[in-house]
Design a protein around this ligand. Structure first.
Ligand code: AMP
Ligand code: FE
Ligand code: FE
Ligand code: ZN
Length: 279
């Protein structure tokens, strides 16, 4: 088995990179990619961890897009690249500024000054909305993650703040410059009309899209088959990733999604092949 999309404590997951490697081994996942949001900070630990699973360097970039959300996973990246670190640094600074602003809103809500450390001490990267959601649950303001997002944290809700995002072109350029390939993650989250997906994704291939994550926990079996058909028409390789977030998304399991993947090694082979052109 493979899992080419998951998150650690370096973004909004709850497991350390080393724990993820151990879990991969216990689930017989032979190849695993760590793809924390907007960062490569967890990758040194990921590669240093003891374990048998082959490690693949990745990151996941949130793209400036509407109506839904567009995420692009970069795989096989040179995570030590100075240009990549500098470029991701822009997002890190933007996230810090946004967190300051969101924490002011949280402080108003609970009527006392809330610091980053109070929200989370277990994460090793920059805070994200899921950390704030869990804080609101602990405070008894909301019952669960869903309520936290519905009432306060989703786009347009009181605590939500926009943050700087890259365009798809800018992200693709950054990932390719670091030797990686670009994968459109969980495309269903873009919330386009069904008929609009084929022309839209075709347009993205002209702008540097290399593959589409069709197997993922966000997709129903029907969605996966729909996107498999679409990628076939476009001649694009597919990818497969759980988008594991540990206890932050309890219904998502490492190495699991809703549609059977029969040839994981072939999927990985095709993606690797695609990466050769960026070396
Ligand atoms: P951020 O990077 O801080 O904008 O937070 C984005 C994270 O929040 C993503 O990992 C999502 O999985 C999570 N998220 C976004 N919307 C929701 C939602 N409605 N319910 C639960 N988690 C969400
Ligand atoms: Fe996330
Ligand atoms: Fe994502
Ligand atoms: Zn993800």
């Amino acid at each position: 088995m493979i899992d080419l999309h998951c998150h650690s404590v370096f973004s909004d997951g709850t497991k350390t990179p080393a724990e993820i490697v151990r879990m991969a081994d216990s689930k017989r996942i032979r190849h695993i990619a760590l793809t924390d949001h907007d960062t490569v900070a967890g990758l040194p630990d990921f590669f240093a961890a003891k374990g048998n699973a082959e490690r693949i360097a990745g990151t996941e970039i949130s793209i400036d897009f509407s109506p839904g959300t567009m995420h692009v996973v970069g795989l096989f990246i040179d995570y030590k690249s100075a240009e990549l670190t500098a470029k991701l640094g822009e997002l890190l600074i933007a996230r810090k500024e946004r967190n300051d602003s969101m924490l002011k809103e949280v402080s108003r809500l609970v009527d006392r000054e809330i610091t980053e450390n109070e929200v989370s001490t277990s994460n090793l990267g920059e805070l994200g909305r899921p950390h704030i959601a869990k804080f609101l649950i602990r405070e008894g303001v909301v019952a669960d993650m869903e309520e936290a997002f519905d009432k306060y944290l989703a786009k347009g809700k009181p605590i939500y703040r926009e943050r700087k995002r890259f365009s798809f072109e800018e992200s693709a350029e950054m990932i390719h410059a670091a030797g990686g390939i670009t994968i459109l993650a969980h495309p269903f989250s873009m919330r386009l009309e069904k008929d609009a997906y084929l022309p839209y994704i075709k347009g993205m291939t002209d702008k540097g899209l290399d593959a589409v994550e069709t197997y993922c926990s966000y997709h129903s079996e029907e969605d996966t088959l729909f996107f498999n058909d679409l990628t076939k028409k476009l001649g694009l390789p597919v990818s497969a990733g759980s988008d594991y977030h540990g206890e932050n998304k309890t219904n998502v399991k490492l190495g699991k999604w809703n549609c059977r993947l029969h040839n994981p090694e072939n999927v990985l082979y095709a993606l690797r092949k695609k990466a050769e052109q960026y070396r």
